[in-house]
Design a protein. Structure first.
Length: 411
């Protein structure tokens, strides 16, 4: 399908090396996806990028930022693209809608659907779609439809599709996405829930109350956030009103955030939990356990230029945290004696520091006993009007268009 001129041997070598790594790590499982990722010249869709960066297995290539350096568009890392293509289960002859354009992923999709299929890729940014159109045309993918539109609304003249693949970070599920899916269709979307993003493969499920989406798989990922009418920013709570310590809440601030104003004037309570993990162990279920179990779950970041040492997170840019009334706490880690594991601890500040630290330590121990190494929670998406008694959930997250439930599979 491509009309690419002869590539440098180094580009071919690097592309095959990336695919070999993805196959070895099981990010690529199907021969069809292996074939298209070996065939399509990734570097040609990331012009002006050095080959070693274009073919970095785990790094995205940023293609557009705003005047403040905020990332607006990117070509996802090969590992993320392989993961989402596997989740999408695209087959020859399918009709696919990609939301969030760039060109490369649309080329992969065009190869997968073949001559009898159809791919439409859309983006809200005309500069992004113009670039995608040019690159797709240059490499023989003129059959891909490229549209400039806010995908929160139905795509004109699109009709129903087999797969909707969203390649920008989403806080909510637009009704337009599900309304354009054929019965039994599949939605793959990087969905942010309580500040944690997972690439989720959803299918439509019908029960006695009607239809809802239900996850088949959910994988940790990170994405440039969506723009347009469905954009949503986390809210930032500056502890004691200063920019040194910021607590980020994805679904609204605490009812009375000023109750935390005096927390940092009190001694820091520190305790270790005895819960250890391997250095390469995935934190998926640990993160989700905290997000489900703790009503005041949030994330914490420290401005390193203003850091006075009041808090001491292991990673100043991102720490799992929680607020309860007038007290906040966050997770820390330390290496174990064998230097092959880390142990989790809790730091808490405020009048009820010990009580909150004990509660979070209990959550971690419960994870170790019941969730570690197990399946991710099932994610279900219901219309916003759905009453509580029709939702199965250990935690419900209310969005604008939907109610998203997180529930652990039955043991």
């Amino acid at each position: 399908m491509t009309n690419t001129t002869v590539e440098p041997d180094e580009a071919t070598r690097l592309r095959n090396k990336v695919v070999d790594e993805l196959c070895a790590a099981s990010w690529i499982a199907s021969p069809e996806i292996e074939a298209v990722m070996r065939k399509v010249p990734r570097h040609e869709f990331t012009p002006d990028t050095p080959l070693d960066k274009a073919y970095n297995t785990n790094a995205a290539v940023i293609t557009k930022t705003d005047e403040h350096g905020v990332q607006l568009s990117s070509v996802s890392a090969p590992q993320i693209q392989a993961m989402m293509l596997e989740q999408a289960q695209v087959r020859p002859g399918m009709r696919v809608l990609e939301i969030g354009s760039g060109g490369l992923n649309a080329a992969y999709l065009a190869e997968l659907v073949g001559e009898d299929g159809e791919v439409t890729t859309v983006d809200i940014d005309a500069e992004v779609t113009e670039r995608a159109r040019r690159l797709l045309d240059e490499h023989g993918y003129g059959r891909v439809h490229v549209v400039t539109v806010d995908a929160a609304e139905p795509i004109p003249d699109l009709g129903e599709v087999d797969v909707v693949m969203v390649t920008a970070g989403a806080w909510d599920i637009s009704p337009a996405w599900t309304s354009q899916l054929k019965p039994g269709g599949r939605l793959v979307v990087p969905l942010r829930m309580r500040g944690l993003t997972r690439s989720v493969a959803f299918t439509q499920v019908k029960d006695e109350h009607g239809e809802h989406l239900e996850s088949e798989s959910a994988r940790i990922c990170g994405f440039v956030p969506m723009q347009g009418s469905t954009a949503h920013r986390e809210e930032l709570l500056l502890v004691n009103g200063t920019p040194e310590i910021g607590l980020r809440f994805d679904d609204g601030l605490p009812v009375d955030p000023h109750r935390l104003d005096n927390a940092i004037t009190m001694p820091r309570h520190e305790q270790w939990t005895g819960v250890t993990i391997g250095l390469q162990e995935l934190l998926d279920t640990l993160q989700m356990t905290m997000a489900i179990s703790l009503p005041g779950f949030c994330t914490m970041a420290v401005d390193e230029d203003l850091d006075t040492g009041v808090v001491a997170p292991s990673n100043p840019r991102f720490a799992l945290a929680a607020v309860e009334d007038d007290t906040f706490a966050y997770l820390v880690t330390r290496r174990t004696e064998d230097n092959k594991h880390v142990e989790y601890g809790v730091h808490a500040l405020g009048p009820n520091a010990k009580q909150l630290a004990d509660k979070i330590a209990d959550v971690l121990r419960d994870w170790e006993a019941h969730r570690r190494g197990g399946p991710s929670p099932v994610i279900r998406v219901y219309p916003a009007s759905t009453p509580d008694d029709q939702i199965r959930a250990d935690r419900v997250i209310d969005k604008v268009h939907t109610r998203i439930s997180l529930s652990w599979p039955a043991e």
